[in-house]
Ligand binder design. Sequence first.
Ligand SMILES: Nc1nc2c(ncn2[C@@H]2O[C@H](COP(=O)(O)OP(=O)(O)O)[C@@H](O)[C@H]2O)c(=O)[nH]1
Ligand SMILES: [Mg+2]
Length: 338
Amino acid sequence: MVNSKLPDAIPALVDRAVQGDRRALSRLISRVEEGGSAAWSALSLIYPRTGQAQIIGVTGAPGTGKSTLVSEIAKYTRRHHPEITVGIVAVDPTSPFSGGAVLGDRIRMRDLSGDAGVFIRSMATRGSLGGLARATTDVVKILDAAGFQLVLIETVGAGQSEIDIARTADTVIVVEAPGLGDEVQAIKAGILEIADILVVNKADRDGVQSTVNALHTMIDLGKSSSTILHHGRLMTVQPTSPREERWRPPIVKTIASESKGLEELMEAIAHHRAYLGEHPDGQQRGRMRAALELETILREALFNRLLQTTSMAQLELVVDRIAAREIDPYSAAEQLLA
Ligand SMILES: Nc1nc2c(ncn2[C@@H]2O[C@H](COP(=O)(O)OP(=O)(O)O)[C@@H](O)[C@H]2O)c(=O)[nH]1
Ligand SMILES: [Mg+2]
């Protein structure tokens, strides 16, 4: 008898997942989420098959309608292009995809979960955000390799990690809603900087136009300075196209809960995709993504290497000494690395 609890061999699991076996896909994702050497060998097997999917990040403050919008984009795509399969990765802990929804949302999601051309995965929220960012980009890669032509990532645009997640997308949609003082929140999180498309959702609410106006003003402000796309530690990317040719994020009004504004949004997404294909900024983005990825992997690898020579008990001793101010964390890190 085969023990079903035994973990599958990674190469076999990868094979079955890329051939469209959904159970294998789910299992592979779980294995990769756990991290470690199994995850790395799976990902290096998968890597050559990636780079095919169109990846769209949807980010913004909680409650702006990201989940609703993501499911509308998926539905719209499936309705108009049934040949395109859609993968959804939800990092929002309050996402209906993660089960944190009110009843209405769950009912709406059901339309999607019955569709064999849609695969939905919500990310475990436990663990560090850094780990979550890594796992999310890994899951996106798996879905890409498994042949999903469109991959949608929903994240709450709260911290740097989530911004990094959004940055792994080809097109980043930042969702705002009128009347929540979101404009201010958006600046604080630096989230507008990463927007390729701005969506003002809940356009059925009061104050839509003032939100749109505020966003226009902020885009103009951003463009007047020399915008740096990525303050990377591995590389710094600056726009290479002349300013007048540079992408200006369009502002699209939607009422996601009523499927309104989807056509305009899909058009904006297609325009941005075409822009990336024609402008050097598109290649820059690919390099930036590669740099971010390498940086994340190096961090993890270096930390794991450190753990091979230093026990957790030793590390905890050092932490105690830092907390007691017997040593500063900088010297402690240098000593550990030496
Ligand atoms: N009035 C209105 N409500 C919306 C709209 N889009 C979404 N909602 C509702 O706003 C709430 C939050 O939506 P959700 O998609 O979960 O937001 P998220 O937290 O950004 O993912 C839900 O109750 C939605 O039904 C819209 O365009 N107008
Ligand atoms: Mg959500």
